[in-house]
Design a protein around this ligand. Structure first.
Ligand SMILES: Nc1ncnc2c1ncn2[C@@H]1O[C@H](COP(=O)(O)OP(=O)(O)OP(=O)(O)O)[C@@H](O)[C@H]1O
Length: 282
């Protein structure tokens, strides 16, 4: 199967300062791919070039088989974009706004189903200007998926969501993914990337640092584990080891098979790994 997105040698500068400095990227059809990176790393610039909203300086880009710079209408209808919030439709109700957007697409999703899926059913009659920040972001997501896109771009989709709304959003993304939608998202939430993404790409200073699954990024799966427990005499203890099973077995023997007090085995989290990769102290 061909890739949904192919990027080779992408470059973009603003007033001579590189924001994207030669990025290569492949997003497979049907996968959820998360772009991670610190503020100013070049994520939004990259995504907006892929969406056809920003011109590039150099490089080859193919999105669903077309060059986004051609900005073909039929192509545009096959992609979904969750833009940063705008107040353009402040006087329309939630339902009117979603129905309005549905008319732009040849085969839109059912408006009622999208309102339910995005948790906006109870707010359907509310003016969009009266929505809370998190509700407004849900509306952005509703507008991004109403056209039933093959490829969905989500730029920091859950910023401002409460924990319950974030979980509901994750379920929505999982459903869309299960239906075959390819999804490229940017996020600052490492738990979100870990939960949703098949693969993550870490981008820093305009370049890709690594592309891997969340489980293997930065050699995470082989990183030493920390085994912690509380010794009845010596108090809290910890050992860093590449063989935590052996350590636990030895501890179990030492405690005669009884519960080892406060036993905990921890591998580096995705966040630990990410912070190390981008050079921040964990
Ligand atoms: N329109 C613009 N004009 C000038 N400089 C810009 C413009 N857009 C982005 N930049 C600069 O390009 C760099 C990359 O910005 P970009 O928005 O792509 O980063 P990002 O990874 O999306 O960051 P964030 O996580 O903060 O959203 C930054 O240094 C930013 O200041």
């Amino acid at each position: 199967m061909s890739d949904a997105i192919t990027v080779r040698g992408l470059q973009k500068s603003y007033a001579g300062t590189p924001a994207v400095a030669g990025i290569d990227l492949d997003v497979r059809q049907g996968e959820v791919f998360a772009l991670l990176g610190p503020n100013g790393a070049g994520k939004t610039t990259t995504v907006e070039i892929l969406e056809g909203y920003r011109p590039r300086d150099a490089g080859e880009v193919s999105v669903l088989g077309a060059d986004p710079a051609d900005d073909d209408l039929a192509w545009r209808r096959r992609i979904g974009i969750v833009l940063q919030s705008s107040d353009d439709f402040a006087e329309l109700s939630v339902e009117e706004t979603v129905r309005h957007f549905a008319r732009y697409y040849p085969r839109p999703r059912d408006v009622d189903a999208v309102l339910v899926a995005t948790g906006l059913e109870e707010k359907r009659a509310s003016r969009t200007r009266a929505l809370s920040g998190g509700q407004r972001r849900r509306l952005d997501v509703a507008l991004g998926i109403i056209g039933d896109p093959e490829l969905l771009f989500l730029d920091e989709p859950t910023t401002g969501f409460d924990p319950e709304a974030r979980r509901q959003f994750w379920q929505l993304i999982e459903r869309l993914s299960a239906e075959g939608t390819t999804i490229l998202l940017t996020t600052h939430y490492l738990d979100e990337a870990e939960h949703l993404a098949d693969r993550v790409g870490v981008i820093a200073r305009g370049g890709i640092v690594e592309v891997a699954t969340p489980q293997t990024l930065g050699g995470r799966q082989d990183a030493p584990a920390v085994v912690r427990w509380t010794d009845p005499v010596e108090g809290p203890r910890e050992i860093r080891t590449t063989e935590p099973t052996r350590t636990v077995r030895e501890l179990a023997a030492r405690f005669d098979g009884a519960e080892v007090p406060g036993l905990l085995v921890q591998r580096p989290t995705l966040e630990d790994t990410y912070l190390r990769m981008i050079g921040e102290p964990a």
